[in-house]
Each structure stands twice: as C-alpha cells, then as structure tokens.
Design a protein around this ligand. Structure first.
Ligand SMILES: *Cc1c(COP(=O)(O)O)cnc(C)c1O
Length: 405
C-alpha cells in the first residue's frame, strides 16, 4: 500500500476547523530551519510556539528519545519509572519546589495547579476559601477551568456556564488587585511575562507586591511559566530574576523540547493537599516524555547556553530596531530573553497576520501575540547566521506588506 497524498487542502476536509493553519505543510526540520512538502526552506523564529527549545531534531534529544523508546514507553502511574523520578529530582534540585506532578500539556499543568489551590484552601481554611484571581489578557490553556481563569473573554464565550469563583483584574495594577483580594482568595495566578496576551512583562515591583498581598491574605501564588520557563528568559525560570518565589509553578512548552510534557511544581506542604487519589493522569510522567525532558534540563546546565539567550535577544532586538529605523512599523519592542514581542504602530493594529503570511512567502516564520504584536520564540541555540538571514527576509516581508497596502 502506498502512503496517501495529503496537503493543506486535506485539512479542511478531515479536521475540525478550530485551527486555520498556514498554507504550507512542513515535513522536516533541523536546527532553526524547516522544509515544506515542495522542498522550500524556512527560517524558524516561531519554534513551535516556544516549544522547540533546542531547535528541531537536536541530536542529543533524538538519542534520548530513541534509547528510551527501545527500553520502555509506558506503564501508567500504577508504577513509577526511572526517567520520571530523575526528572523530578532535577526539577526540585534546581527550583524552589520540593514536589512535582507530571502531565502532558500546559493546560493540564494549570488544571492541576488550580485544583490544588482550591483543595489547599479547603483543607486549611474551609469551604469559603475558593476564589481565584487572575489577570486580564492572561492565557492559561483551553480546558473549561483554564479558559475561565484566563483573562480573554473570546476563549470563554459560548462555553458557559463556566466554573465560578474566578475574578480578573488588570495586569500590573496593584490597586485593582488590592480591592478584590480577601481571605476568600485561595490563589492569585499570573504569568511573569504575559505571552499570548502580547508579550507584556510584569513590573518587578508589582510582582513583589503581589507576593506580599498573597501572604497577607493567606493565598497561594501560582506562576504560570508554561511559556517563560525552561531557559526562555535566560534563567531556568523567570521567577528567579523577579526576586519572587511562587508557591506553585507550572511548566510545559519548552520542557520536552518538542515532546509533549507538562509539570506542576510546588512546596512539600502544599503538595500534601493532593493526597492519594486526589488527582491523576494516565499518560502523565510517561518514560518517553520524561527521558527527553531530562536531557533538555541536562543540556541547559551548560552556563554558555543560558548566556547565549541574552546575546541572541540583543541580536534580534537590534535587527528589529534597524528594520524599524527604515520602515517605522513598530511602536515598541519588548520582552526578555527569547520571548520577544514587536508591537505594530497603531495604523497597523489588527494586521499582524499579514506580516506572518508574507514572512512565510519570504521564507521566515514568526508568530503573533494577539492581532497587534509580532512574536519571536525561537530555539535558544538558534545560529547567529540564521538570525541574520531570518531578519533580512522579515524586512523584505515588511516592505512587501507596506507596499501592498
Ligand atoms: C501555551 C500556554 C498554556 C497552554 O499550554 P497547552 O500545552 O497549549 O495546553 C498555558 N499557559 C501559558 C502561559 C501558555 O503560554
């Protein structure tokens, strides 16, 4: 039997239309380059949305996956396994956390975090301690609980009734938080840099004051580091640079370098509220995902790798500033490490998608963060030559879009 031919058109015939993928179908990747069905080459600043942390098909990750694939794929949590135990050891040694729960995606990590915060509140303060406060424009995943905690109405509308007891306040607005936080609050949930919401960093003073307000009200502080974690900002996790320690932290995206895995990290005392039988996952902590993530963390121990993140940040930002000097297209370039957002000037608001599509035509892949912001989340080891090539292609795309409008 020959392999049936498929193309982008096939998508519309056989897939639920919740996505509208770009017109090309990539078939192969290596480092920060991708090739499509027609053999056309692309420079990749998207990195699978902050997932392909070390580029495509990194030889050490391929080796970790292959050797684990020959050993053991799956057991379920009726048994524990060596790669999961080793990965949990690495995570607890290198973060504030003492305990880890593994799952398969970001939304699942947040679902676990929010359930744990509720349960901890009930266990220690009674049934009235259930309120969760999060921030407008935040993104926490697509399950019913995570779209409810997320601060973007469009992801929640039409799915009501949603779980209750969730309040949203503006990000970086301490007074707004002070007004709603109370002894009923079981958790405040925040991204250290809002990713999907437009690449908006938390002010360090704000982040520190949120920690204090949580302490004053006996509320847990939950950091969603699904996008900012695993070296993306130049630290293993972004909380380190903010000088704030959360009680619960969620990680996914880059953790498996492209293999699906999520994790919820917490202090031992908080973990007690997830006693035997309180929560679970069939695939969570499977040997394949944990073996690859363990290798990712091992490679990240190279101090040169993390130092290279801020160097690449500078290269990309300088390149974007040069594009801007010639085309006056960006209102602001912001972010940290290799989570960079370039907000379009106001006349171009709503048009980020045009730049994505034209970039693809020119052989460079970038992302959006909302309709006004171009987002760059490339491999942490993207070669400098690829950065320069990619930015040159992006400039051609910018020129094309501007000329056509
Ligand atoms: C991507 C993302 C999620 C959701 O992760 P999934 O793996 O898509 O479920 C949650 N929070 C943040 C901050 C994210 O960037």
């Amino acid at each position: 039997m020959s392999t049936p031919k498929v193309s982008r058109e096939t998508f519309d015939k056989v897939m639920v239309p919740n996505y509208n993928p770009q017109a090309i179908v990539p078939v192969r990747g290596e480092g920060s380059r991708l090739w499509d069905q027609q053999g056309r080459e692309y420079i990749d600043f998207a990195g699978g949305i902050a997932v392909n942390l070390l580029g495509h098909c990194h030889p050490a990750l391929v080796e970790a996956l292959e050797s684990q694939a020959r050993q053991l794929w799956h057991l379920s949590n009726v048994y524990t396994n060596e790669p999961a135990l080793r990965l949990a050891q690495q995570l607890t040694e290198r973060t504030f956390a003492d305990r880890v729960f593994f799952c398969n995606s970001g939304a699942e990590a947040n679902e676990a975090a929010f359930k744990l915060a509720r349960k901890y509140g009930h266990d220690h303060y009674g049934a009235d301690k259930y309120e969760i406060i999060s921030f407008e424009q935040s993104f926490h995943g697509r399950t019913l609980f995570t779209v409810t905690v997320g601060g973007q109405l469009k992801y929640r509308q039409g799915f009501e009734p949603v779980p209750g007891g969730v309040t949203h306040v503006p990000y970086n607005d301490l007074e707004a938080l002070r007004k709603v936080i109370s002894e009923k609050t079981c958790a405040v949930v925040m991204e250290p840099i809002q990713g999907e919401g437009g690449v908006i960093p938390a002010d360090p003073g704000f982040a520190q004051a949120v920690r204090q307000l949580c302490d004053d009200n006996h509320a847990l502080l939950v950091y969603d580091e699904i996008q900012t974690g695993v070296g993306r900002t130049g630290d293993l996790y972004a909380y380190e640079a903010l000088g704030v320690t959360p009680d619960i932290l969620t990680s996914a995206k880059g953790l498996g370098g492209g293999f699906p895995i999520g994790a919820m990290l917490c202090r031992a005392e908080v973990a007690e509220s997830f006693g035997f039988g309180a929560h679970g996952s069939t695939f969570g902590g499977n040997p394949l995902g944990c073996a690859v993530a363990g290798k990712v963390l091992e490679l990240l121990q190279d101090p040169q790798l993390l130092a290279g993140v801020s160097h690449r940040h500078d290269l990309i930002v300088e390149g974007l500033e040069q594009i801007n000097a010639r085309h006056r297209i960006f209102r602001e370039i912001r972010g940290k490490g290799l989570l960079i957002g370039a907000e379009l000037v106001e006349p171009w608001h709503g048009q980020a998608g045009q730049f994505l599509a034209e970039g693809r035509e020119q052989g460079v892949l970038v992302l959006m963060a909302g309709p006004n912001v171009l987002r760059f989340t490339p491999s942490l080891i993207m070669p400098e030559a690829d950065i320069r090539d990619g930015l040159a292609k992006l400039e051609v795309a910018v020129g094309q879009v501007m000329a056509a409008n």
